[in-house]
Ligand binder design. Sequence first.
Ligand SMILES: C[S@@+](CC[C@H](N)C(=O)[O-])C[C@H]1O[C@@H](n2cnc3c(N)ncnc32)[C@H](O)[C@@H]1O
Length: 394
Amino acid sequence: MQHEQPASLPQPDELSAKHCARVSDHIRARIDAAGGQISFAQFMQEALYAPGLGYYTAGATKFGVDGDFITAPEISSVFGRVLARQSAEVLGEIEGGEILEFGAGSGKLAVDMLTALEELGALPDSYQILEVSADLQERQKQRMQAQIPQLADRVQWISDLPRDFEGVIIANEVLDALPVERFVRRGSGVSQLCVSLEAERFVWTERAAPELLESAVIAIEAEIGRTLENGYTSEVSLAAPRWIDALANSLRRGAVFLFDYGVSQREYYATDRTEGWLRCHFRHHAHNNALIYAGIQDLTAWVDFSSIAGAAVSNGFDLLGYQTQSQFLMGGGLEIEMQGFTELPLPRQLELSGQIKTLTLPGEMGENFKCIALGRGAMDTPSTFHLADRTQVL
Ligand SMILES: C[S@@+](CC[C@H](N)C(=O)[O-])C[C@H]1O[C@@H](n2cnc3c(N)ncnc32)[C@H](O)[C@@H]1O
């Protein structure tokens, strides 16, 4: 199952190639220590998060034009400004509270949110960031000091989820960065896809799935009402339900807004989706070979939003809504953000309309990206879901 490197993929520069060699050595040592094979979830964990080495934990550029991919907050401040409006509703309802952002990346969303919340007169008591990457934490701190020095002392970096949190929890493109298991249906059994070594190269291998993975696959089949076909290969996130469980234990009152590319479970495990949803990003090239460029390319998997909703409800969350990113922006206050558009200088109008197209058009990020909102403590439905809500497809 080793995929060849697509011809169009750029070669890493010398520095990146050296870093990749270090990360690969580290993973090879893990494979040797484990007796010759590790699960793909372990491989993804090491490639992305090995301390000081992984894609997110070491110093790669990652975001923006000089990096490997671009996220909604990086495309336009409009994303953070609309999210700020929806968050302000929640903070207003609980008469105070805080914001907690998971995986804040370059810190751009935090800057946009705080700027907009200040303008709305709805600043949270604090803006907390839970970021696993020390490198990114450092970049976020520098950005706050440079761009919003007057608000920087409201931002706190935390290493564990707080207890009895009241307010808004947000995470953009964090779910897709959690390590996933890959599996193959083999007749009446389930195999776990693993990574081994062949002449120092990483190669795919498989073994009988551990019980947790096998029962997750069987539960999916029960939900979709179909046994997956022989050879059907896909992913399942065992980490995501645990993460939702941790959020439920932390949040006493308020709402959670999660954004990511993803689909419902029926679409995720559709008959024609026989190779799964794993994607790799290197220098703005998306491809499927997860076993190359260890530590220098992003590894992601689309999100099964039905499983997120299921984990949330069984942990005591209310499902407040599910919609596309486009619907979130349209229903959440984009129109208000656009007031005064015609008075802007023409180059700025062109720039802004280009950004909004990227965020909202179906062929861009508008349809593939979704927002799911979860509530705790009998919260009102955020107003964006008054325009559209697709919860019934989950
Ligand atoms: C694809 S990036 C998205 C960054 C940013 N939210 C954005 O939209 O630009 C994924 C982020 O999630 C962080 N991350 C991954 N797993 C995490 C976890 N368990 N807790 C907190 N942050 C995590 C990564 O370090 C990184 O900042």
